[in-house]
Design a protein around this ligand. Structure first.
Ligand code: SF4
Ligand code: SF4
Length: 163
């Protein structure tokens, strides 16, 4: 139905949306609907959680597992998460029917195994993220060190250099 026709129908007091919700209408080109994270592609790097303006994406540690959580009810569909994801793991769909009876239906989680620091055994990053860094940079002496041990490693290296 053309816009003019819709306006005319509205002025006449007639119903213009005859089809929906009885028939699902497809969203127009460029419509930003629900972003979905592909669990196979996600490496748990957390880049999307840093850019998300509404904290709809969060990376939390639960019992030694790193969990990427998506709280759909907080999402403002800006799609910045999809822009920064280094894995292109976030697909912006055209899904717009997001109402749910339970809050839990509006949450999605992806769990990642965590790597242990080879010095202090603390769990500090997802194994997949470290594998990706290794794939790009090759084997690095500090790769499997947590941030604290890495700092000690660099301070020791600087001190050695001064001697
Ligand atoms: S930025 Fe991409 S790869 Fe990194 S945690 Fe988010 S979805 Fe996963
Ligand atoms: S679309 Fe925007 S608000 Fe929604 S999860 Fe991505 S970055 Fe956050």
């Amino acid at each position: 139905m053309s816009r003019l026709r819709v306006l005319l129908e509205a002025f006449r007091g007639r119903v213009t949306l005859k089809e929906y919700p009885f028939k699902t209408l497809s969203a127009p080109e460029g419509f930003r609907g629900l972003p979905r994270v592909d669990a196979d592609e996600c490496i748990g790097c957390g880049a999307c959680t840093l850019i998300c303006p509404s904290h709809a994406l969060r990376l939390v540690e639960e019992d030694g597992v790193l969990v990427l959580k998506h709280f759909v009810s907080r999402c403002i569909f800006c799609t910045m998460c999809a822009d920064v994801c280094p894995q292109q793991a976030i697909v912006v769909t055209k899904d717009y029917e997001l109402a749910a009876l339970e809050q839990s239906e509006l949450e999605a989680s992806i769990a990642h195994m965590m790597a242990e620091c080879k010095e202090c055994s603390r769990r500090f990053a997802s194994e997949k993220t470290l594998e990706k860094v290794k794939e790009i940079l090759g084997e690095q002496p500090y790769l499997y060190l947590c941030p604290d041990c890495r700092r000690k490693f660099f301070i020791a290296a600087l001190t050695m250099g001064r001697r």
